[in-house]
Design a protein around this ligand. Sequence first.
Ligand code: GAF
Length: 385
Amino acid sequence: MSSTPHDLAAAFADRFGTEPDGLWSAPGRVNVIGEHTDYNEGFVLPFAIQHSTTVAAAVRGDRWVRVASTFAPDDDPVTADLDDLAEGGVEGWAAYPLGVLWAFEQSGYRCPGMDLLVDSSVPVGAGLSSSAALECSVAVAANELAQAGASHEELAAIGQLAENRMVGAPTGIMDQSASLLGEAGYAVFLDCRSGESQLVPLDLEAAGLELLVIDTRVSHSHSTGGYAARRRSCELGAKLMGVPALRDVSVQDLAEAAGVLDEETFRRVRHVVTENARVQDAVRLLTREGPAALGPLLVASHASMRDDFEISCAELDTAVDAALDAGALGARMTGGGFGGAAIALVAVDDVPAVRAAVEDAFSAARFRAPVIFSVLPGAGAARIA
Ligand code: GAF
């Protein structure tokens, strides 16, 4: 669902019997390249997309929070006393907004009680970070309503803290950074060790290109299983190599790594190390030659995730292979993996053929029909009304 600001404000008044103090919006993200590098203190290159989550919010006079969603108009709001919130203490989707308010206070800010009504156009479970969009919309709302003046970098860390400690997903800082630091027409090149970021122009329209998202509709969760296991492998690899993080291993060091690590850990490490190099190459190529030059790096990134990091799945591989066979310049899975979406970089004239090829391949493999749409770099989180 995605209401107009006017409709969301009216729905808020219906729900809570008072006008909202404002509406704050935060986008989902697509990652161009740099997967599972963020928690290894490496590099990422995501951008904010046009799909966003909006929260209408009003301060209360006490320490209570009530949070409701337009997706469940008949459900009672989830209520919590800010003084009773504790790590891991909230179940279900409300762990994201309440987790942000908890993390906000853990970070030294005082948060007023508030009512929140959430609405979103970010597809859930599609690998476009609906979770970061929700966290960041609440973070910018709380920041303003508390008159805290936290920077967007601090708010990204608050969103990550909520996801790690309230939701229980051991994710990195990429998604919140993309949602908070993104700008229309730019990708965000982020150094996840220093926290420094740089906006890199990404004008797909001027280059005659579209970036297609192919949502496989295979849903995934980073609170369970594979994501945490990959993170543990990376931490083991860094420990065995005697470095603080895999960021400190270069492509040249991989020959030595092969002698120190077991075969599986070596492949996990090789993915991260080569992916970090690909992100830096991508930024150089984007700046010097433009987006069309990214194709081969996207293809190499996907192969690395499929074969070394083993986070792809049959649907993602089918999407990537079919898109490339039909003329895409590059394609790869995007996000944490084990489902979610692939992206394909496609010349505008080839978009119909690529779409048709992916749909046919899914149908031939008897997969659920994918949802395919194009995205452009959009604005980062902000107050919208
Ligand atoms: C998920 C996580 F939330 C990010 O922090 C990142 O690790 C990504 O997977 C993989 O690159 O989106």
